[in-house]
Design a protein around this ligand. Structure first.
Ligand SMILES: *Cc1c(COP(=O)(O)O)cnc(C)c1O
Length: 432
């Protein structure tokens, strides 16, 4: 039942992460608590970097999608690992800048960047602004003209491929708030518009087809479509676009049912298609960017809770009430995301106890998981949810004025706080 090589069970029957006893971590830092294994994060970065090296001769860069899990320390880790960074708000941008991340390796995303955000992006000199729509393009052009600067941009394209986990569809994605559609000529029109501007330099095109994808086919299809688009606009509008950003979306293992292929495998398969296409028309391979988020941070993290009560409702169900909830993990409430749940201090016992894990918010839907089977559980036990490194802390919130948990990084037998626990005073710091 234990997922991930960084997790284990020690002699006391306690779950360990990165060689550290989770019960000890709880003693030191309290609950609810996010713990992330820094070694796993770094190793995941290296898998993507190595794959770009192997299949594209190093002509590319993985950009960590920071919306997955963003704080200054992970930006420092990404800088050390020589990753690029994808940010999608002024807040993520400023976190990276404050952490000393090189602005030139930052790509700025978002489907409605404000004028203030674009001003920040130009002030700090981000590497690429990924333009989502024509109004945004206009805002950016105004800034560039006023400041006599040139923005290096990519266009966000909807390739008409949308993928999630085991399924992908080839049409229909035109109904999305992100980017320019190919089917109706929006994308071509955007390229034509950019060609007429003086202060905008079109470096490449971008797509992101979905998340938690287990299949290489939709990535291959999207790459082929995007390559065709590059070829067409280079010819039609005289561009020499040489960058292709294929986004993120690589799936991870949340439960035993999940079997994602190795990340290098997706990249190999996509590279084969692109090499063939380039050979056919005798074009050099574009510089390839990918934007893994979940696949870097997700597997590294766990969340630890203290059980406050167990309600056994006869003939209905058992509720395990933990001291966190949708505040720190909204993904089950949002889209019934599956997770593996265990009792961390009884990790060597069999999983025979059926229960739903509920939080403390004033919402019946405040559930972390329904109909789980875990070790027999009593008040005072520690419940752990696995693979919470992505889209948990970054989506956390203060409903009911619960302070957000801290984040602890473990690395080769040592632990350190990278985000402090919020205090009640923190909750009030902007109240007048
Ligand atoms: C969310 C997002 C990613 C990361 O997606 P994952 O599924 O976490 O890998 C990458 N690029 C863009 C533009 C995104 O919006």
């Amino acid at each position: 039942m234990i997922i991930g090589e960084h997790l284990g069970v020690n002699e006391q029957g306690h779950l360990t992460i990165g060689g550290m006893d989770t019960v000890e971590l709880v003693k030191n830092y309290g609950t609810p608590l996010y713990v992330m294994d820094e070694t796993v994060i770094r190793n995941n970065c290296r898998l993507f970097k190595d794959a770009i090296g192997k299949y594209y001769g190093g002509n590319g860069l993985p950009l960590y999608a920071s919306k997955t899990f963003c704080c200054k320390e992970i930006c420092r880790v990404m800088k050390q690992e020589k990753m690029g960074l994808d940010v999608s708000s002024g807040g993520e941008l400023m976190t990276a800048i404050e952490a000393g991340f090189p602005a030139g390796d930052i790509f700025f995303h978002g489907n409605n960047k404000t004028r203030d955000e674009l001003l920040l992006a130009m002030e700090y000199g981000v590497g690429r602004i990924v333009v989502d729509n024509l109004s945004e393009l206009e805002r950016l052009e105004d800034i560039c003209i006023a400041q006599n600067k040139t923005a290096n941009i990519m266009l966000r394209i909807k390739p008409g491929v949308e993928a999630h986990t085991h399924e992908f569809i080839q049409t229909g994605q035109i109904d999305s708030k992100f980017g320019f559609a190919l089917e109706n000529g929006e994308a071509d029109f955007a390229a034509k518009t950019v060609a007429k501007t003086g202060n905008i330099n079109l470096c490449g095109v971008h797509c992101h087809i979905g998340s938690q994808i287990f299949d290489a086919e939709p990535f291959k299809l999207a790459a082929k479509i995007m390559f065709g688009f590059i070829e067409r606009i280079n010819k039609s509008y005289g561009f020499t676009i040489s960058e292709l950003n294929l986004g993120g979306g690589f799936g991870i293992k949340y439960t035993q049912q999940d079997n994602p292929p190795a990340y290098g495998d997706y990249i190999r398969q996509v590279s084969e298609i692109l090499h063939t296409l380039c050979d056919e028309i005798a074009l050099p391979m574009p510089k390839i960017y990918i934007e893994p988020g979940r696949s870097i941070a997700g597997p590294a993290g766990i969340t630890l809770y203290t059980v406050g009560a167990v309600k056994e409702i006869k003939d209905v169900r058992n509720y395990i009430l933990v001291d966190g909830g949708m505040n720190d993990n909204i993904r089950y409430a949002l889209y019934k995301a599956p997770y593996t749940v265990l009792v961390a201090n009884k990790a060597n016992e069999p999983c025979t106890y059926p229960a739903s894990i509920a939080g403390r918010c004033c919402e019946s839907g405040d559930l972390i998981q329904e109909n789980a089977t875990l070790q027999n559980c009593k008040p005072g036990d520690i419940v752990v949810v696995l693979a919470t490194g992505a889209y948990n802390y970054s989506m956390s919130m203060n409903y009911n004025r619960f302070p957000r948990p801290p984040v602890v990084f473990v690395n080769n037998g040592s632990a350190r706080i990278v985000v402090k626990r919020e205090s009640y005073m923190d909750l009030m710091k902007n109240d007048v």
